[in-house]
Ligand binder design. Structure first.
Ligand code: ZN
Ligand code: ZN
Length: 228
C-alpha cells in the first residue's frame, strides 16, 4: 500500500503519483491529455470557490495538482527543485519577501539569490513559505483563483510552443511555468487557511483514490467520466 503522509515532501508526493499512476498514464494519457486534466479539475476547483464550496474547491484543486505531477513525471522534472529555484523564500519577480511588486511598482524581473539554508523540507513548509512571500491577507480567495487560471494558461502556452518546434528554450519554460502553477495552488490553500498536505493525506490514504489499487487500474472511461 502507498499513501501520502502529512509530512510528505513535494518530491515524495511526486514519487507517489508515479508509483500509483505512472503505468496507467503511459497507457492512456499523452501530455496534452494531462494538461486537459489539469485544467478540467482546476476549473472545477474554481467553481467551488465561486459557489463558496470549500470542500469541492480543495478536492478538485488537489486532483489538478496530481495531474500536474503526472505531467512533471512525463517530462522528468523534479518539481520541488524547480519551485525552490524559482521561489527561494523570495518572490520570483521582485526578489523580496514579502513580495513588494505592487508597493514598489517593480517593472522587471529582479535577480533572485538563493540561500540554501532557508530551503523548506516538507510540502507543508513550502506552503508556509508561500504564505510569507505572498501573505493571503493582501488578496481575496477569488483573486488567488483568478491567478491560478492565468498561470495554467501560461503553462498551456509554453507546452504549445514546445510542441511546435521541440526547442530547448521552450522546454526550459515548462518547469518555470509549472512552479508558478504550484505557487498558486499553495496560494489558494493559504487563502482558505488549510493544509495541502493534510488534504492529500485524506485523499491518498490508500493508493489510487478511486480504485484503491497500486498501480491504479481505473479504466479510461472511469477516469474521463469521473464526477467531482
Ligand atoms: Zn514580488
Ligand atoms: Zn485507480
Amino acid at each position: 500500500m502507498a499513501q501520502v503522509k502529512k509530512n510528505t515532501t513535494i518530491k515524495g508526493y511526486q514519487d507517489f503519483i508515479q508509483r500509483v499512476y505512472g503505468e496507467n498514464n503511459n497507457r492512456s494519457f499523452g501530455r496534452r491529455d494531462m494538461l486537459i486534466n489539469i485544467e478540467r479539475f482546476a476549473t472545477r476547483g474554481l467553481k467551488g470557490i465561486r459557489k463558496q464550496d470549500t470542500k469541492k474547491a480543495k478536492f478538485n484543486l488537489l486532483i489538478s495538482f496530481s495531474w500536474l505531477m503526472s505531467l512533471m513525471n512525463r517530462f522528468n522534472v523534479d518539481l520541488e527543485n524547480e519551485v525552490w529555484k524559482r521561489f527561494p523564500y523570495l518572490c520570483s519577480y521582485c526578489a523580496s519577501c514579502p513580495c513588494s511588486c505592487k508597493a514598489k511598482k517593480v517593472k522587471s524581473r529582479q535577480k533572485v539569490l538563493v540561500n540554501e539554508k532557508k530551503r523548506p523540507k516538507t510540502l507543508e513548509e513550502f506552503q508556509n513559505m508561500f504564505a510569507r512571500i505572498y501573505p493571503p491577507g493582501t488578496r481575496s480567495l477569488e483573486h488567488a483563483g483568478i491567478h491560478l487560471a492565468e498561470e495554467i494558461g501560461e503553462l498551456a502556452e509554453v507546452l504549445l510552443a514546445y510542441r511546435g518546434g521541440h526547442k530547448e528554450e521552450d522546454l526550459k519554460n515548462i518547469p518555470l511555468e509549472s512552479s508558478d502553477v504550484f505557487s498558486c495552488f499553495a496560494g489558494i490553500f493559504n487563502s482558505i487557511g488549510e493544509s495541502m498536505a493534510k488534504e492529500l493525506f485524506v485523499i491518498f490514504s490508500n493508493n489510487c483514490h478511486i480504485c484503491k489499487k497500486i498501480p491504479c487500474v481505473c479504466s479510461f472511461k472511469t477516469i474521463t467520466e469521473f464526477k467531482s
